[in-house]
Design a protein around this ligand. Sequence first.
Ligand code: MN
Length: 130
Amino acid sequence: MSKPRVLIVEDNVDNFELVRFLLERAGYQVLSAGNGIEGLDAAKREQPDLILMDLSMPELDGWNATARLKADEATRAIPVLALTAHTLPGDRKRAIDAGCDGYISKPINVASFDKLVATLLRQAKAGLQS
Ligand code: MN
């Protein structure tokens, strides 16, 4: 079985390196984009199995990038997991409303990160994600 491919859309290098480390350790292939515009391009071109989406980014933020991914038939089925330092309930709701399939709060809890990523990949493979 080939490795699942996960696209990280994140403008902060330290956050990117941490997430990449965790994903590679879990056996996934990592793709990267540094803002929402690059993220949209990479998602269309690479058709990753999962997208980890930072919310606060230059050019195009994660909320709007996710809304565009979910409005496009070419990328709609790819699950999007928001990476958010925005811990207010309203910010989480905004991420879900934009079409995110889940969210992970920063600082990242490693155990729940691994579990949520694996769950979303499994659901996507089974075609069960909404
Ligand atoms: Mn950011």
